[in-house]
Design a protein. Structure first.
Length: 119
């Protein structure tokens, strides 16, 4: 009897979880549409054009690929992470239950032009 009850409770919990996940998918699709409706990835994402936009970044050395001492060349593999606040990508979380964050493919949102060079 208790084994059947436990199975029923597990099944109920899984069903509730799947229902919540499927609702999140619906709200997430709606949010993507809403956020990108008038979004221009070429426009700097600030409320006022006179405001600066601070971009934070970290550079992590992942691997030294090659050291050419004769030509004084060091080839590396690095990981660059950038963080900023995009004024246009805000939403009221109560309008989109369960959606805490969204991810966009490259090219759909503004990103800073970064040029790294060695002098």
């Amino acid at each position: 009897e208790s084994g059947k009850r436990r199975e029923f409770i597990n099944l109920l919990i899984q069903t509730i979880y799947l229902f919540k996940v499927s609702l999140q998918g619906e709200f997430q699709r709606k949010l993507y549409k809403e956020l990108l409706k008038n979004y221009n990835p070429l426009e700097r994402p600030v409320a006022n054009d006179s405001q600066p936009l601070t971009v934070y970044f970290t550079l992590s050395l992942m691997q030294i690929m090659d050291v050419d001492e004769k030509n004084q060349v060091l080839t590396t593999n690095i990981w660059l992470q950038m963080y900023w606040t995009d004024y246009y990508l805000q939403w009221n979380m109560s309008d989109y239950p369960g959606v805490k964050n969204v991810r966009f493919p490259d090219g759909q949102i503004w990103k800073p032009d970064i040029l790294l060079y060695n002098r």
